[in-house]
Design a protein around this ligand. Structure first.
Ligand SMILES: Cc1ncc(COP(=O)(O)O)c(C=O)c1O
Length: 406
């Protein structure tokens, strides 16, 4: 497992750690070599890879190494590794290690945030009809305990034609002095819409202008389908809280995730569970007890893998494949695309309908052709494709051909 082997997929001159500012300025990547780092089923065209990550070789190796150490003597826990993971994630999202808590997944992260938020009976949590069911439940459970309310808004009329202005205006009109938190989803798994987080943050900031700290409205982002799919610093989007599983687009070990909290609002969230660490206010939000530590420690290898690929190149590849798929769909009679065509309002998820067929029927028919897609099962069950960096233009074209044949 030498360095040479690991950097094979970087075409050219053994460039190891690159952080290019524009896709065009970056050296090319051998995407086929990247894919060979994964143990994917070679007989399957898998356009649902975002679901629960497959791990590249170096992540599997890191997990195995930590596992071997813990098997040898479980008293040799490595708390400094957890700190290194927080450091690596902090670097990747543009935030500080101390503002990151390690959690097992997005759902638990959101539950800890809403459940720990100091929330009065007269206050409310404002989410919207495209947030994930578990995000809504996390808010509802927290509100139920506090005797507070959850209100579900609608932030756009039509997902395919959504604009930043529309979302900002609707959000501005929905926030009341009682709104203690606004929950949104960076990239919606129900529609593929990439929400304009910065514009939402602006609206929330305006609403907060004359508020006291205990009345302040927090912007909470479920970022699981944006992390390692969108080229942006998650901690600098203007949100107060950013939650994401690291076991989806980042290719981290299964059962891992992160919460980032704006240090200015850290004292507004009380830990819900005992923690293993008191390193910082936010780190202490990470649930304690013993975990599958080898998985948590392995997250650092996933971050390093992505840093070598380059976030810009990763996001550009995901967008290129998604655009290729949308352009192809647009030429098929009877297909309706529910995701914006504009890459500024979308990322790696594409939702669509085929006339006369349910989403589940489309999934089942493609399965017969060894093509794995999914539906957005918790909302309107549109057929849904995710374009990962492990997918190829040929897979996209093959899938389009089979959809045309439906
Ligand atoms: C938008 C969104 N949020 C949250 C989740 C839950 O993620 P996790 O499994 O990391 O809890 C999912 C899907 O699994 C999702 O699509």
């Amino acid at each position: 497992m030498g360095g040479m082997e690991r950097r094979d997929f970087l075409v050219g001159t053994g460039l190891l750690a690159v952080a290019p500012t524009a896709a065009s300025a970056a050296p090319a990547l051998d995407w086929g070599a990247v894919r060979r780092e994964f143990r994917l089923d070679p007989t399957l065209t898998n356009l649902g890879l975002f679901y629960l990550a497959s791990n590249p070789r170096e992540v599997r190796t890191a997990v195995e190494d930590f596992k071997r150490k813990l098997d040898a003597n479980s008293h040799d826990l490595m708390p400094e590794q957890a700190q290194e993971v927080a450091g690596a994630l902090g670097q990747y999202v543009g935030g500080a290690a101390d503002d990151i808590a390690l959690v097992p997944n997005t759902t638990v992260g959101l539950s800890i945030v809403y459940g720990g938020l100091k929330l009065r009976q007269d206050q409310e949590l404002l989410l919207n009809d495209q947030d994930h069911a578990w995000h809504l439940q996390a808010a509802q459970l927290a509100a139920r305990r506090a005797g507070a309310k959850v209100r579900i808004g609608t932030l756009y009329e039509n997902s395919a034609r959504v604009t930043e202005d529309e979302v900002a205006t609707r959000l501005r009109n929905s926030i009341t002095p009682q709104t203690r938190a606004v929950g949104i989803t960076w990239v919606q798994s129900s529609t593929g819409v990439k929400m304009p987080v910065r514009a939402c943050a602006q609206v929330v900031a305006e609403a907060n202008k004359d508020r006291k700290q205990e009345d302040r409205c927090l912007l909470v982002v479920d970022g699981v389908h944006g992390l390692a799919a969108v080229d942006d610093d998650a901690a600098r989007l203007g949100a107060d809280v950013f939650v994401a599983g690291t076991h989806k687009w980042l290719f981290g070990p299964r059962g891992t995730g992160m919460v980032w909290v704006n240090p200015q609002v850290g004292n507004q969230i009380v830990p819900l569970l005992p923690s293993l660490t008191s390193r910082s206010e936010t780190a202490a939000l990470g649930p304690g007890g013993f975990h599958a530590f080898e998985h948590f420690y392995g997250v650092k290898a996933a971050v390093q893998f992505h840093q070598r690929l380059g976030r810009t190149r990763v996001a550009a590849r995901i967008a290129e494949l998604a655009t290729r798929f949308k352009d192809g769909l647009a030429e098929i009679p009877g297909v309706v695309i529910h995701t914006p065509r504009d890459p500024a309002m979308s990322a790696g998820m594409v939702c669509f309908d085929v006339n006369g067929k349910t989403g589940d029927q489309v999934v089942a028919l493609l399965e017969q052709k060894h093509i794995q897609i999914t539906t957005a099962a918790y909302r309107i069950p549109y057929a849904r494709v995710g374009t990962a960096i492990l997918n190829t233009p040929q897979e996209i074209d093959r899938t389009l051909k089979e959809i045309r044949a439906l």
